[in-house]
Ligand binder design. Structure first.
Ligand SMILES: Cc1cc2nc3c(=O)[nH]c(=O)nc-3n(C[C@H](O)[C@H](O)[C@H](O)COP(=O)(O)OP(=O)(O)OC[C@H]3O[C@@H](n4cnc5c(N)ncnc54)[C@H](O)[C@@H]3O)c2cc1C
Length: 479
């Protein structure tokens, strides 16, 4: 079977011994046992294991047309609308398992890779080896069920439009040499979520500095490539107890800055080299955006459902459902959720094959959904705070529950419709999603993960086809 098990994923990552730095120390030994990573690696492993569940195998996998092996559905290139539906349902099974909290569950990058490989022809103008490199990469990725992270953006040093970086003082990762073995990259990239706990890292350019050839490249390399370093932020798993930290203890994905210290990227790993037009076309002319956003919005629907569940439980538990503004707040979440679901389905209804025969969901509803979520998700968090009020800070810990003050807790922290223990579990959950460092990072993530919403809005403004609509208004009024 080509599909990985959770243990295989964990063993592979432990074997890599990548250069991962956390809190001033290089991680040695098994990274899967390090407190900053153990929770999320276990959760990721559980996702891989779900692919082997006999009851779900037909949804979670498909049969490789070349080898007959079972391959994860997130690698499936859709060629009919039913494939898009299958992809959505599979993505949502994984998303439900993390309540939408794992933005970098493997289906995200698997979809990226599939979407790029489906349009590999775009690379041909650099030479026939480049599309071959990308297709070989896709084949290996899906047949070995490898895990990936990616890094797209240059470090946030100077974002002024006039900024030019000198070759003598390199910050943004750039090509500094080419030789018969490959290209050499020096500098850094802004960040990679899950950096250091995936088999490989995909490094690609988007947007910034794309007017200079040394920044125009795309490749994937193993996470333990010599000279590659991951500098992690502090961990937001401040407690491994699922009682104390119900989400952070399991789904804290970590973000790391990526440093390239003269990293050699072999020729057969390269998809784009020093070609600005091809580097841009790879994302703008392929069906990358609609295919990837279809994955993203599928996950976000599950996250919105989860938030609605938490909000309604708060209402039920402390009996505040009779108040008008409370109903309105719950309805605000329902409306956003239903909008998101409708936009996702509209994208499938409007799907059309692209020039390579890939069935591509309609981009417009997906762009609308992706621009809606950075606005509604922070509001969801505000609603949780407004409904939960002081309940979000009256949250004794597991140690308190097992201490002599338990009697007081049971008596004074009970709720109208739950005992103290259930009430505290609920409010710790609401705190972890809306207020903890883990929860705040989730909000930041939904604001920025597909790019700056201001610049994404510019994209929608230019991409949205409204020519006929304007003509109709002109014709109707003789303008
Ligand atoms: C939690 C999290 C996880 C992430 N994970 C990944 C990952 O795994 N891989 C990856 O590659 N990236 C990742 N990102 C990065 C993400 O893609 C960027 O945050 C996003 O593209 C915005 O870039 P920036 O953070 O550099 O913000 P900046 O571009 O520095 O923006 C800062 C502010 O300046 C404004 N601004 C800057 N330039 C312009 C401009 N030209 N026009 C108008 N306004 C401008 C912005 O609107 C914003 O208000 C992650 C980000 C977060 C927050």
């Amino acid at each position: 079977m080509a599909i990985s098990t959770g243990q295989q994923y964990i063993d592979r990552i432990n074997r890599l011994q990548s250069d991962v730095w956390h809190n001033g120390k290089k991680i040695t030994g098994k990274i899967s046992e390090h407190p900053a990573f153990s929770g999320v690696m276990k959760s990721q492993a559980a996702l891989y294991d779900m692919q082997h569940d006999k009851k779900r195998i037909d949804l979670m996998t498909y049969t490789c047309e070349k080898t007959g092996e079972r391959i994860g559905t997130s690698f499936l290139r859709p060629v009919k609308k039913e494939d898009l539906e299958k992809r959505r349902k599979m993505i949502q099974v994984w998303a439900k398992a993390s309540f939408g909290m794992m933005g970098r569950s493997p289906d995200y990058k698997n979809t990226n890779i599939m979407a790029l490989a489906a349009a590999s022809d775009i690379l041909a103008e650099q030479g026939p080896q480049f599309p071959k490199n990308l297709l070989r990469f896709y084949e290996t990725a899906r047949r070995k069920d490898l895990s990936f992270t990616h890094t797209f953006i240059a470090p946030q040093v100077n974002r002024s439009s006039m900024h030019y970086e000198s070759e003598d003082d390199i910050v943004a990762a750039r090509i500094v040499d080419k030789n018969k073995e490959g290209i050499v990259i020096k500098g850094a990239r802004l960040l990679a979520t899950q950096g250091g706990i995936t088999d490989e890292i995909i490094v690609s350019s988007s947007g910034l500095k794309m007017f200079e050839e040394p920044y125009a490249y795309a490749f994937s390399i193993p996470s333990n490539t010599e000279g590659l370093k991951f500098i992690c932020r502090e961990s937001f798993t401040y407690d491994p107890s699922p009682f104390n930290h119900p989400l952070g203890s399991r789904f804290e994905e970590m973000d790391s800055v990526i440093v390239f210290d003269n990293v050699l990227v072999p020729w057969d790993r390269l998809f784009v080299v020093e070609n600005i037009e091809v580097a841009n076309n790879l994302y703008s002319k392929s069906s990358f955006k609609p295919l990837v956003l279809h994955q993203v919005v599928s996950r976000q629907v599950m996250k919105a459902e989860f938030v609605l569940g938490v909000a309604q439980l708060i209402v039920n538990t402390i009996a505040i459902g009779e108040y008008q503004h409370v109903k309105e707040k719950i309805c605000e979440i329902i409306i956003a959720l239903e909008n998101h679901k409708a936009l996702l389905l509209a994208s499938e209804m409007g799907a059309k094959p692209d020039q390579w025969g890939t069935m591509v969901p309609d981009l417009a509803p997906l762009s609308a959904a992706t621009l809606q979520f950075p606005k509604v998700y922070p509001r969801f968090m505000e609603i949780l705070q407004l409904l939960g009020a002081s309940g979000l800070v009256t949250i004794p810990t597991e140690a308190d529950m097992n201490s002599p003050i338990r009697g007081d807790i049971d008596q004074y922290i009970q709720a109208a419709y739950s005992d103290a223990e259930s009430r505290i579990k609920l409010f710790r959950l609401a705190w972890d999603v809306s207020m903890s460092a883990f929860g705040s990072r989730q909000t930041l993530y939904e604001r920025f993960f597909f790019g700056d919403p201001n610049r994404l809005t510019q994209g929608l403004y230019f991409e949205y086809n409204r020519h006929q609509i304007v003509e109709d208004v002109k014709n109707a009024f003789g303008i």
